[in-house]
Design a protein around this ligand. Structure first.
Ligand code: ADP
Length: 427
């Protein structure tokens, strides 16, 4: 799934760059070509103007006379000297037969007949392509001294221009392809990086879903089995089936707690939980929680100490109460009879500090970073048999964080555990 997404992203990067390069390269190519063509046409137009002056045109005609001699030819060079050397000119009749070629250029392959026929109504631009060279021409109809209509073809070779354009095309093509390949490679790496957090979050969600289904399956299976046992003896009284009914009640309770916790976390993930923030004394709230927990401590034979100092906080009473209950519930659950659980709160600088310590088994270093993860249990069998959902500390961490605080753990195997929550103090 992620490979496909990565390849798709890479292809999009490369396609976007290819499009940009195509537009930029294409524009650069056409601008350069237009400039080169402009320059060629400008030089032809200048030459045309020079050639159509009286002496020059006569000299060209002279070049075409069959009886001209060496001396006249020298004069011809003199008159036509002003025309740039890379522009050449040829005088032909309407059918393309050469009347004059004063520059004596190689014109074998040029079809002057076609150029002349196209220019019967006035100056006309044309191009000719030969095996090795191409030319651009301006063909101008002129009337010779002796009255005959002829055509003056003023032209320039396109070879230099074509070579420049070829080089430019190859450079743009090679640069473009290289750029696309590089960007595809870079895009592949970047897409891989961009997908890492998404992949992690999808993996976490998947794991969460499969853990949740697994957690729900156990109580459902137990309820179903006990129900089947009950259905086998419909004639029996409730009292006779008390163990099955108690098991169903216990599993239902476990399932309800789990569904409740799942819902809290799902809402927290979506950011849909509304917190009622108000200012109050945290020690007051914890005193109430402590009173409620005393019965449980007594039941378990655990010594319960409470040490609370006044500290004002701004927060959601219900959620902070839930946080304290989670920590105390765990402490009571994991501390053996004869042990001690201590609930403290105090102000430390600009923070309110709430801590729950116990003299229980402690948590190994390898588990400490993960006990706040959803469904993580350091001692799976024991935790489940104690009725935990495996979501308590994940919820506790979320509550601490939405209050702008953090939760920390200080523990070592055999030395008990201390969970400390620090949130900003008010006032
Ligand atoms: P659970 O419902 O299993 O208690 P929690 O998220 O509250 O889930 O706790 C996660 C795990 O952290 C527990 O399963 C247990 O292994 C460990 N743990 C939490 N509190 C304590 C504690 N006070 N002493 C020892 N282990 C604890």
């Amino acid at each position: 799934m992620f490979w496909r997404a990565r390849l798709k992203l890479t292809a999009s990067y490369a396609a976007a760059l290819a499009l940009i390069l195509l537009v930029l390269g294409g524009s650069a190519y056409f601008v350069v070509r237009r400039d080169l063509d402009d320059e060629i046409e400008r030089s032809i137009l200048v030459a045309r103007a020079d050639l159509l002056t009286e002496p020059a045109l006569s000299a060209v005609q002279l070049g075409g006379r069959r009886d001209h001699n060496e001396e006249e030819e020298l004069e011809l060079e003199h008159v036509l000297g002003a025309v740039p050397t890379d522009v050449f000119f040829v005088l032909t009749n309407a059918s393309g037969a050469i009347l004059s070629n004063p520059r004596r250029v190689d014109i074998e392959h040029i079809d002057f007949g076609r150029l002349a026929s196209g220019a019967s109504r006035g100056d006309t631009w044309g191009e000719t392509s030969g095996e090795h060279t191409n030319h651009r021409f301006l063909t101008v109809p002129v009337t010779l001294d002796w009255g005959e209509v002829a055509y003056l073809h003023v032209g320039r070779s396109l070879d230099a221009r074509n070579n420049q354009l070829d080089t430019l095309r190859q450079t743009l093509l090679a640069g473009g392809l290289g750029g696309i390949l590089l960007s595809a490679a870079g895009g592949f790496v970047l897409a891989g990086r961009a997908l890492v957090p998404i992949r992690r979050s999808v993996d976490t969600q998947r794991r969460f879903l499969s853990d949740a289904s697994h957690e729900l399956r156990t109580p459902v299976t137990t309820i179903r089995a006990n129900n089947e046992l009950l259905l086998r003896h419909p004639e029996q009284t409730i009292e006779q089936n008390l163990p099955q009914l108690e098991a169903i009640a216990a599993e239902t309770g476990q399932m309800a707690a789990l569904v409740n916790d799942l819902l809290t976390l799902a809402r927290a993930d979506e950011g849909r939980v509304e917190l009622l923030k108000e200012q109050f004394d945290l020690s007051d709230l914890l005193a109430g929680v402590g009173r409620d927990m005393e019965a449980l401590a007594e039941l378990r034979g655990v010594d319960f100490m409470i040490d609370l100092r006044e500290v004002q906080v701004r927060g959601d009473r219900t959620r902070l109460r839930q946080l304290a209950v989670i920590l105390l519930d765990n402490a009571m659950k994991f501390t053996p009879a004869g042990g001690r659980v201590t609930l403290r709160c105090t102000r430390s600088g600009r923070r309110a500090e709430l801590s729950v310590s116990d003299t229980g088994p402690g948590i190994g270093r390898e588990h400490q970073g993960r006990v706040f993860d959803r469904f993580y249990r350091a001692d799976a069998g024991r935790a489940r048999s104690e009725g935990g959902t495996g979501l308590g500390l994940a919820i506790a961490r979320w509550i601490a964080e939405v209050h702008g605080g953090r939760i920390g753990l200080d523990s070592a195997p055999g030395k008990g555990s201390t969970f400390t929550v620090r949130i900003p103090a008010a006032g």
